[in-house]
Design a protein around this ligand. Sequence first.
Ligand code: NAP
Length: 463
Amino acid sequence: MTEHPGSAERPLRVAIVGAGPSGFYAAAALLKERGRTTIDLFDRLIAPHGLVRYGVAPDHQNIKAVAKLYDRTIADPAVRYFGNVDVGRDLTHADLKSHYDAIFYTTGAQSDRRLGIPGEDLPNSLSATEFVAWYNGHPDFRDLAVDLSCEAAVVVGVGNVAMDVARILAKSVEELQETDIADHALAALAQSRVKDIYVIARRGPAQVKFTNAEVREMGHLAIADPIVLDSELRLDHASSAAIEGDTAMQKNLDYLRAYVEIGATGKPRRVHFRFLLSPAEILAENGRIVGVTLEKNELRAAVTGEIKASGTGQYEILPAGLVLRSVGYKGIPLEGVPFDRRNGVIPNEVGRVIDLDTGKVVAGEYVAGWIKRGPNGVIGTNKPDAIESVNNFFEDLHKGRLALAPDPSLEAIPALLAARGVRYVTKEEWLVIDAHEVAAGKPQHKPRVKLVERAQMLALLKG
Ligand code: NAP
């Protein structure tokens, strides 16, 4: 073995934990040192692609198409895939340190932020994270109890995830059936009685987080009208000043103003945009949600210049039977890896993991994506983010700063997993599942019919 990993005899061994967008972008960037690096890509789930498969809305197939690029990366002979392997349970941090020269954590943000209000944990008060995973066929959320027998739903937050969940509730079965929405979700949505969907912003229309395409789509729904109150679109002085020259925000406002003009056209469902309201309590009778108490807010400019919502002490009750809390995702800790609980990220300096006790860089450990910078940006944002971390890894490699693996053999990890009885899924097996799903979708004009249960997927591989 040479002293310098990165040669044909002693290739660099890199583990990537999390086969979502940032994991794939990190892998692609690492492959630039082709012939000198071998990569093992791990995922807790059987299927790779992370948020592209389980987060991006099923009616946004154009965004999901990026998975084709990920397939090219995974097909590279220098990349192995270990699906159905839970790092932290099936493999420890110490295992990874023994067998890899470098580890990239690309685990995303798997949990959600809380509102911290009474009633938040009532049945049918769901985080958008759960609801999105449910309609996208995430195996852990197959049995989520979603009751769509009420007439009104409240969506808290005005980011793109709020737009996704509101739109899925507002769309007809016809609009959804040629997507890859999970069969169980389509069946439940087909029986939905939800007619009014209230999207609630705690700040004003000049502080929304959604983007132009998402608000524009609301004006093109087959069976739902977007409803906006003229009185809530008036901007205060500070907001007007803050968005001067912000063409994207001006465009958002143009769409919202157009919806005021058009008003209700008589479609059977409505998506109401409401501003300057914060949920104060989720109300229930006999254990069932009956409404949400909302506090009216006003805007105040903080000394930092940020425009913040401040409660006025005036309340209104919005009757509703379903609450979807879409106030942001949050990362979760990984065994043996530093974690910044406040921000829900792995502490890092431009992608190099930092030990919180010493403030020093942890040799050979890196992050990319949402677990590095927090849950913001679109799928493509993760590409430059991952490249930045990989470039720092290469710099560390060339300056001899890595802690090299004592046992870098290719056989070690498969042997360890086999000894522990872990049924890992290889990339060849993933291709079998992928081909099966796509073939099942063809007769129904769907991009694929997702296999949802782990057991179903493993049974297919056995057969
Ligand atoms: P987000 O964009 O950060 O939006 C979160 C929303 O929740 C904001 O409106 C925020 O309001 C609100 N909020 C936070 N805490 C709240 C509280 N306590 N009470 C009331 N409201 C609260 O997050 P996201 O929608 O989860 O999206 C995550 C990222 O994924 C974003 O970058 C998004 O663009 C991206 N994404 C993109 C697409 C797409 O490209 N089609 C689809 C889905 C997601 P404040 O602004 O007042 O904090």
